[in-house]
Design a protein around this ligand. Structure first.
Ligand SMILES: [Zn+2]
Length: 286
């Protein structure tokens, strides 16, 4: 047990960090995620040096071998089969108390010891299920990876190497890619809502994103019967009640009626703090 824990949440777009003291996360800061690996290691080492704490914990997106400290695949960070914990150790950092997937951390933070499923919609799309304060990992630690369910046969290419995944349609990375392919620029997820009011192509992009997220949400809820489905991540924050209503509709249309009726759809109110609180919980700090 430590008094003060530094929690570092490396996202596909931003690195967030803060210190957890007595169950609260304080001094939350963020900065754009640096690439490639050497720059990311320097960035995390700098944060670690500037925030003295008794211990620290780390979460990153993608598939991990947490025990060995290996990132197997993190498409949004351009990392594959990298021992991140060893790379950080070479930069002088002690081994983190916990090293876990970022959506698992956010789900732990959101659940606050209870039961819910989290659908995280940000740079990528992923889900996790927490039962009684514990992440249900599955055999390979990938339970809840609904972002890479095939949503459209022969659909858009996805960073995972497959095509037609939910993520290619609904993640911020996927939406930006669609805009770039059309020779257009988009500043924020909010601006897709504005664009959709003005032109038909943007309206179809938004409609497909909603449809893809409804598909992923239905799969997650049908498997987990979570009682509550929470929507988190930057894109979900931007689309607010419109996304909640669309997911609600998809559950009612696609999932066994008793399960759909028993599932509340809510929005994250923790924002960037969810992953940091989850790191604190996973390290036994809360
Ligand atoms: Zn994919």
């Amino acid at each position: 047990m430590t008094d003060r824990l530094l929690a570092v949440d490396v996202g596909g777009s931003r690195v967030k960090w803060g210190t957890a003291v007595r169950g609260e996360v304080r001094e939350v800061r963020s900065a754009a995620t640096e690439r490639p690996l050497a720059a990311l290691v320097r960035q995390v080492a700098k944060v670690h040096a500037e925030f003295p704490a008794d211990d620290w914990g780390l979460c990153v997106p993608g598939t991990l071998d947490s025990k060995r400290g290996v990132v197997r695949v993190a498409a949004n960070l351009d990392l594959r089969d990298v021992n991140l914990v060893d790379a950080l150790a070479e930069a002088g950092l002690p081994r983190p108390a916990v090293f876990l997937n970022d959506v698992a951390a956010a789900a732990l933070g959101e659940a606050a010891g209870g039961t819910l499923a989290l659908l995280q919609v940000g740079t990528g799309v992923a889900g996790r299920f927490v039962a009684d304060g514990r992440v249900v990992q599955g055999a390979g630690g990938l339970a809840g990876e609904v972002g890479h369910l095939r949503f459209r046969r022969g659909g858009l290419p996805c960073p995972c190497g497959s095509a037609g995944c939910v993520e290619a349609y609904a993640a911020w990375g996927g939406i930006r890619h669609r805009y770039a392919e059309r020779g257009r620029a988009i500043a924020t997820p909010e601006s897709l809502l504005d664009d959709a009011d003005r032109d038909q192509w943007a309206a179809s992009v938004l409609a497909e994103a909603f449809e893809a997220l409804g598909f992923a949400a239905a799969a997650l809820v049908a498997v987990c019967d979570p009682g509550e489905l929470r929507l988190g991540g930057g894109v979900a924050q931007a689309w607010r009640e419109r996304l909640v209503a669309s997911v609600r509709q998809a559950l009612d249309a696609s999932v066994l009626s008793d399960v759909a009726a028993a599932t509340r759809v809510t929005r994250s109110e923790l924002g960037d703090r969810a992953g940091l609180l989850g790191i604190a919980r996973a390290s036994g700090f809360v």
